[in-house]
Ligand binder design. Sequence first.
Ligand code: CP
Length: 324
Amino acid sequence: MLTQSRLNPQLDAEGKLQHLLSTEGLPLPVITQILDTAESFLEVSDRDVKKVPLLRGKSVFNLFFENSTRTRTTFEIAAKRLSADVINLDVSRSSTAKGETLLDTIDNLCSMHADMFVVRHATSGAPFLIAEHLKRIGRDDIHVVNAGDGRHAHPTQGLLDMYTIRHYKKDFSNLTVAIVGDILHSRVARSDLHALRTLGCGEIRAIAPKTLLPGYLENLGVKVFHDMNEGLKDCDVVIMLRLQNERMNGALLPSAGEYFKRYGLTPEKLALAKPDAIVMHPGPMNRGVEIDSSVADGPQAVILNQVTFGIAVRMAVMGILAGN
Ligand code: CP
């Protein structure tokens, strides 16, 4: 019989979080535990003394093999607020730049008494590979957090997005959430979609040109729209996505200007959603490509709040993984 941990490598045999690799297959009680724990950490963030000793004596290694502003920095802040020692591997100066394999690098960091790896990698599946390797070498005491792998998953972004939605809208069951833009190449969209389904979101919409839609949406019960005016009607939450030009093979769009005309979020298009709809974006934003500045900086945007919530959510994930 397959054990829980073989079916879902991010859970241990008792169904507790061992690694955070994806929102896909993450049980509702685990998601709720992360969001509730994040809420308590947000209160800590408002105090003069922001540190708690939950990860005192633990070493968290940030391994970012791909560029990042928000995720890398907020993981570092989160780990420091939990009193961990944080080591940021400078990938451009590390031995992987000299040809060392990823797993040889991991073995060496294990020998330096690592307790947690936070991994961003351009290759889908790299954090899974590391988690499997740790199991194989008997290092179940070391945890892996996926900080974004290729097109596959960005679970802490998905969870901070869920935290943001719950913060402003409370109950998922009555909500209509639209995800707009380059869904095909977006690990954020995939992580959001799985988490929204698990949390029982009333209606999930995908709005994009045909060339930027993945095939897996049908299986997730997502309603697909190619027209912003139809798709945005009466939405409660609008999640805008960046055009992932670095992941596109060949021309999938006529031009950035044409894309903005059809799929860019302007005040006129936003007016079709509910008057109290919130606008989200994982960043980095391309103003004038997927979102107009007057919307990005407007009263319905909660984009910078997402970043703040991200610290609390990442504290929650690391605290739960460390067993605290
Ligand atoms: N949202 C996000 O992952 O941003 P960064 O690439 O800056 O980490």
